[in-house]
Design a protein around this ligand. Structure first.
Ligand code: ATP
Length: 553
């Protein structure tokens, strides 16, 4: 059975149909059925014999054993004496005259000539009385060899039931209905079964009529009509199986059929579980054991406990519901696995790319590092060369300063202050390094005197021009030379103005002191990487040969 559609179609009806079709009525446990039938017949026969013996007494019933064989039962009742006496006990006067047997009657072997009178009288009277009471009867020939002894048993048991009901004060309910000729009886309790079949048949007849044709024409086959058709075919099979069976065989046959159905259920469930387990083993993930073990064990228990077929069917559907997600889960797992494998491939590709990128960057970094090293070596050699050149430059520079002279004297002429007479200037001429002063003659003669300096600054000379000539000397300080700059002149000649500046200081008016210090700080910052300078300042005033520290409060 392939799991899926075939498994879904398994139901009680289908299993019963299969059992009936496969095994057929004649093959339904022939041996089993025969033994069961024989056993039940013997039981019924013993019941009938025991009741007759109890009813007519031990003396009269001496010819009938308590558990007689079919032959013993037939011989014991053959003369009708026990039957008539028993009937009269139940229904006094039912047989007005019972013909007693001869003393040797018991010894008469089967087939020997029995009194025809006895034979017909007693049995005929018994049957007439029995029929008059509405109880099932039998043929007189049934008491002969080859007759149907079971009919006799049925009649006796019916009489027994009648008697017991009568004793209990209620009407006898086990009415037996005659069928056909009135000589063949079907037990009342099988009527319900047959009625059910008849009802199903009528429904099926309706189905075949116009009522169901509407469904078929519309093509919308409902589950109800499907069930009805299934029931119809099932009923037809059951009816076929039971059609030629005797009433007493029906019970055994149905029991045997149900047993077969249960066995078939067990076999199919086991087969289904095997297939499901195989399917699961093919899948990527094993399923939890309880899904199968519980179903299998429960099914076995149900078979043993003989629960209804419907509950078994429900169990199968539960199993099928469990099986559906398993296939879906398997396909989901497969898709997840595929997706993960794809992602792993992509990640591997990314990893390879990243690794190649890293290798490339590593080689590039190494190359750049080597280049940088080369440049550094070049710079280092250049720096050492530069320092050599710089030292040479300083040396030459200072030599130039020495050649210029260690003591330099400059002359600066200040302009007239506001309120001073412009025409009274004594400066006759100013050349680059010479100034000519006009001195008044003592004796009416105009006198001129020229003085030489390193440089003479005129009236229009700015603070920057004055400082520019001093700057080279000031820079020699940073190379280890001692330099001293001072101003000399009379009061109001402009010493303070040249060295510091006027009262209002700005970038243009600041004097030599500020500019010299600015230049020294600038150079020390410029040579920061090669030299470390400590700069300190002291300001003193010498006036009237008195030295005074100007930075002290
Ligand atoms: N080159 C110049 N240009 C313009 N004004 C000047 C110049 N030199 C000096 N002065 C002015 O002349 C005045 C006197 O100058 P300063 O005070 O510098 O003289 P001094 O020599 O320092 O005097 P003292 O010795 O009394 O201190 C100041 O008002 C100053 O601004």
């Amino acid at each position: 059975m392939a799991s899926g559609g075939a498994a879904l179609s398994m139901s009680v009806a289908s299993v019963v149909e299969d059992v009936l079709e496969q095994h057929g009525s004649s093959r339904l446990s022939d041996v089993d059925l025969a033994s069961r039938r024989a056993h039940e017949a013997a039981t019924r026969r013993s019941d009938a014999a025991r009741w007759l013996r109890r009813t007519v007494g031990v003396v009269l019933g001496k010819d009938l054993p308590e558990e007689p064989s079919e032959e013993e039962f037939r011989l014991g009742l053959r003369n009708g004496i026990i039957l008539c006496n028993a009937l009269n006990r139940v229904q006094p006067g039912a047989v007005p005259k019972v013909v007693e047997a001869h003393g040797d009657s018991v010894a008469v072997p089967d087939g020997a000539a029995l009194s025809a009178y006895q034979y017909f009288e007693n049995v005929r009277n018994f049957l007439v009385a029995l029929e008059g009471m509405g109880l099932p009867t039998f043929e007189a020939s049934d008491l002969e060899k080859g007759g149907k002894g079971s009919r006799v048993v049925d009649s006796v048991l019916a009489l027994k039931d009648h008697s017991e009901c009568k004793q209990m004060g209620r009407k006898y309910g086990g009415i037996l209905r005659s069928v056909g000729s009135g000589k063949h009886f079907i037990r009342k309790n099988s009527d319900a079964f047959m009625t059910s079949l008849s009802r199903s048949q009528s429904m099926n007849d309706k189905l075949q009529d116009g009522h169901s044709s509407e469904h078929n024409l519309s093509g919308d086959i409902s589950s109800e009509s499907t069930e009805m058709r299934t029931s119809h075919s099932l009923n037809m099979l059951v009816r076929t199986v039971l059609s030629d069976k005797k009433p007493e065989e029906v019970t055994l046959l149905v029991e045997s059929m149900l047993s077969r159905v249960m066995q078939e259920f067990e076999r199919r469930i086991a087969s289904q579980n095997d297939i499901t387990l195989k399917d699961m083993s093919v899948g990527s993930k094993p399923f939890p054991e309880h899904e199968f073990s519980s179903t299998s064990s429960e099914t076995k228990m149900e078979a043993k406990e003989d629960i209804s077929a419907k509950s078994v069917e429900e169990k199968i559907h539960v199993n099928l519901i469990n099986e559906e997600p398993s296939s879906e889960r398997s396909s989901k797992h497969q898709s997840i696995l595929d997706r993960q494998q794809k992602e792993i491939k992509e990640l591997k590709h990314i990893l390879r790319t990243a690794r190649a990128g890293m290798e490339f960057m590593k080689s590039q970094y190494s190359e750049e590092f080597n280049n940088l090293g080369k440049h550094l070596r070049v710079l280092s050699s250049a720096a050492s060369g530069y320092n050599k050149v710089l030292a040479e430059n300083r040396k030459l520079y200072n030599q130039v300063q020495d050649l210029k002279g260690n003591i330099r004297v400059y002359c600066r002429v200040r302009p007239f202050l506001p309120g001073q007479l412009n025409g009274m200037s004594t400066v006759g001429r100013i050349d680059d390094g010479t100034i000519t002063i006009i001195t008044p003659s003592k004796y009416g003669k105009e006198g001129r005197r020229s003085f030489n300096f390193n440089k003479v600054f005129g009236l229009s000379a700015s603070q920057a021009e004055v400082f520019s000539d001093m700057q080279p000397l000031i820079r020699s300080v940073l190379d280890g030379y001692n330099v001293c700059i001072f101003a000399y002149g009379q009061t109001g000649s402009g010493k303070t103005h040249t060295m510091s500046g006027p009262k209002e200081l700005n970038e243009q008016t600041i004097g030599v002191n500020y500019r010299a210090l600015n230049d020294l700080f600038y150079l020390s910052e410029q040579r920061r990487d090669t030299f470390y300078y400590e700069i300190s300042v002291q300001m003193i005033e010498i006036y009237n040969e008195q030295v005074r520290d100007l930075l002290v409060n």
